[in-house]
Design a protein around this ligand. Structure first.
Ligand code: ADP
Length: 382
């Protein structure tokens, strides 16, 4: 490290300056000496040093002022300034020196080993700072790239799913026409093929519609209003009426809070989670589902608990990815519901996760920020 390190040694006391210069040269640093503040500033501008060893008491410009000028010059913040002064004036000068931007302070007489060790420690610190800031810059760059490519991808998904709808509509409507008019003329095999086409195009339609809603969730910024989740729930259950009454599901809820967010999107989250709780019931077991909310520090935690088939631990994260499913066609679905939930919750500044026990049931949780200057209400504690 010391080979390339340049130090400007500023001291008006010739023997002291000479002594420090020798110590530093011996330690392997490249040293330039200056006998006053003005010369010191000139050498600093000329050599762009790594460190300035600065006597506080200089005859022309004080060491404190030299330090201030060095630190405020363009690029000067990265030059390390080590101030040195007589011990008699130490405390107030140390404070003034450090306030003016000095990185460290030593008092005379300075032990040579301590001086070199202090300089090496300061250089190490600066190196670590530089590495950290380079790493931060890289991280920022990667983040910007990632955000851009995410936006591109989202735009692409939106455009592609939107554009695919039209030709697919043509296919499905003509397949429908054929089913109605030509079935009688077809033999068994042909009818089967037509069924495959019809089923395939219906499935593709669902996938495209889901992809479209997934990409739209991210595009539309959540509109922020007070949303009374207690009032949202009945509408959600009404939308799920068929599945709930068909399975005989018992859906209960504790008091739910008023939160800040987009009513439609938050309703959609509850609907997807409760819908799944009904859909992934254990065969022959009546679904028992409980929706609740509680306040934890600066968040509301909403949960939907079921007594369904459960999910293996290793899939608890995967299921939130788009089109990720743990089932085949025996249970209908495209695997987009939880991905939409995650998008909505994250766009609201929250998190979503699940806990589960195979054969006993699952609980899906999502958090929403509760700290909106008093807006939103904790009814769960009433
Ligand atoms: P879909 O229901 O259309 O498959 P989701 O994104 O809603 O898509 O769910 C992804 C997968 O997570 C489901 O295929 C299912 O395997 C699993 N899953 C979701 N909710 C539950 C639940 N309550 N109990 C058990 N498994 C669930």
């Amino acid at each position: 490290m010391s080979g390339q390190v340049t130090i400007i040694n500023v001291d008006d006391n010739t023997p002291a300056r000479y002594a420090k210069g020798r110590i530093l040269s011996r330690a392997g640093f490249t040293v330039h000496d200056a006998a006053n503040g003005t010369d010191g500033l000139k050498l600093i501008a000329e050599h762009n040093p790594d460190l300035v060893l600065l006597d506080v008491n200089l005859p022309d410009v004080s060491g404190i002022e030299v330090c201030r000028r060095v630190k405020s010059a363009a690029g000067g913040a990265s030059v390390i300034v080590l101030q040195i002064s007589a011990s008699a004036t130490a405390a107030p000068q140390a404070t003034a020196a450090l306030d003016s931007g000095a990185d460290a302070y030593l008092t005379e007489p300075v032990d040579p080993d301590v001086l070199v060790a202090t300089i090496k420690a300061l250089l190490r610190l600066r190196k670590a700072e530089r590495e950290l800031s380079t790493a931060n810059e890289r991280l920022e760059l990667v983040n910007r790239e990632l955000q851009r490519s995410n936006e591109d991808l989202q735009q692409f998904a939106f455009a592609a799913s939107h554009d695919l709808q039209e030709p697919l509509r043509t296919v499905t409507s003509f397949v429908g026409l054929l089913e109605r008019t030509a079935t009688a003329k077809l033999d068994g095999n042909e009818r089967e093929y037509l069924n495959y086409i019809a089923e395939g195009s219906r499935r593709m339609r669902t996938l495209i519609d889901d992809l479209l809603s997934y990409s739209q969730v991210g595009q539309r910024p959540a509109s922020l209003q007070t949303v009374d989740l207690d009032a949202v729930l009945p509408g959600v259950l009404e939308n799920l009426r068929e599945g709930i009454s068909g399975s005989g599901a018992d859906v209960t809820s504790g008091p739910l809070p008023c939160v800040i967010g987009d009513e439609v999107q938050l309703g959609q989250v509850l609907q997807n989670l409760i819908g799944n709780a009904v859909k992934y019931a254990r065969p022959g077991v009546r679904p028992v589902i409980h929706v609740s909310g509680s306040r934890e520090n600066r968040e509301w935690i909403l949960s939907v608990a079921d007594n369904g088939i459960g999910i293996e631990n290793r899939y608890l994260q995967v299921i939130f990815g788009p089109f990720k499913r743990l089932h085949g066609r025996e249970i209908p679905g495209t695997g987009i519901g939880l991905a939409i939930c995650r998008r909505v919750v994250e766009a609201h500044g929250g998190r979503i996760w699940a806990e589960s026990s195979v054969g006993y049931g699952s609980t899906f949780y999502f958090s929403l920020p509760a700290d909106f200057g008093g807006a939103g209400r904790d009814r769960t504690a009433e």
